[in-house]
Design a protein around this ligand. Structure first.
Ligand code: CO
Length: 303
């Protein structure tokens, strides 16, 4: 794994490129658009802007809170029945910007969208005011109170996360409710806060059919096909999460990819991330920013 630490400038660039890709995706998100087209274009934009993808474009609809990315030949088309969460990651020399917003194509969930976006805006305000005095519990409390003031529930078992070098999720967790955690943020820390709001039960469970995978360990792989696929993954995506559709090529058809991914999972080299579904089939909305803690201030890297 890469050991060189990214610079502050890398963090700023990663944040800016992720924010640009997020806003570009929001512009593309119109009825009659193929979800797969949005994913392809947005991921290409991240590469064109000089970064690599921090993870596959998450384009999750309605009751799916997160972790849906179009599969190979995905035929899902956006309609006026859709509430779309766009969650984007861009990586610059190991620094990662992670950011999300929600687009409501129905016209019926304006307040539910506003509740998660406002919760994030209130966290940004809190961080700017309290800086390094801010505790993880304060952040959760702000999110919970804001979302509840709209009459909705925060999703309790999803949380924001620390971000490390080529590491999209690391400790600590940043709760979406007041868990009374007195731990403070620390200088030099980079992290993402991501309020999720729902008109359902406030909880998600794992669905089926994962299309997002993530390397967890480099250990010996017996099968040559699986080994070749793993080498390519580590070269191209630097240990970051990847989509199955990225691996399809003239050399490697879907069957060979499936077989390799199955073996890599069984061997403990990778894990899969299934779509996360609201347990009471509530509609879910999301907003997310990445922050960097400096000596005397907290900077939002994704605008
Ligand atoms: Co995140």
């Amino acid at each position: 794994m890469e050991t060189k630490q990214p610079t502050i400038d890398d963090w700023r660039k990663a944040g800016e490129i992720a924010a640009r890709a997020r806003d570009f995706a929001a512009k593309l998100a119109k009825p009659n658009t193929l979800l797969l087209d949005i994913a392809d274009k947005v991921e290409q934009k991240i590469l064109d802007d000089g970064a690599i993808t921090g993870f596959p474009a998450n384009l999750s609809l309605n009751t799916i809170a997160a972790h849906y990315t179009p599969h190979v030949n995905d035929q899902t088309i956006l309609t006026k029945e859709h509430v779309l969460k766009i969650d984007i990651g861009a990586c610059m020399n190991g620094a990662i910007g992670d950011t999300a917003l929600t687009v409501d194509l129905t016209g019926k969930y304006e307040k539910l969208v506003e509740s998660s976006h406002q919760a994030l805006a209130n966290v940004t305000k809190l961080l700017q005011k309290e800086t390094i005095k801010t505790t993880l519990g304060d952040i959760g409390k702000t999110i919970q109170e804001t979302i509840e003031s709209y009459g909705y529930k925060p999703v309790m078992n999803l949380s924001g996360h620390g971000i490390g070098t080529y590491e999209i999720h690391k400790t600590p967790s940043f709760p979406n409710y007041n868990n009374n955690n007195k731990q403070r943020i620390t200088v030099g820390q980079t992290f993402a806060v991501e309020p999720f709001a729902t008109d359902g039960a406030g909880k998600i469970k794992e669905g089926t059919n994962p299309n997002i995978f993530e390397p967890i360990e480099r250990k010996p792989i017996r099968d040559s096909n699986a080994r070749a696929v793993f080498t390519e993954i580590m070269d191209k995506y630097k240990g970051l999460p990847f989509a199955k559709r990225w691996l399809i090529s003239q050399k490697l058809n879907e069957q060979r990819i499936d077989s390799a991914l199955r073996m890599l999972k069984a061997n403990g080299n990778i894990i899969s991330h299934s779509p996360l579904v609201e347990v009471a089939n509530g509609i879910v909305t999301q907003a997310e920013h990445t922050y960097l803690v400096e000596e005397d201030k907290v900077v939002c890297l994704t605008r």
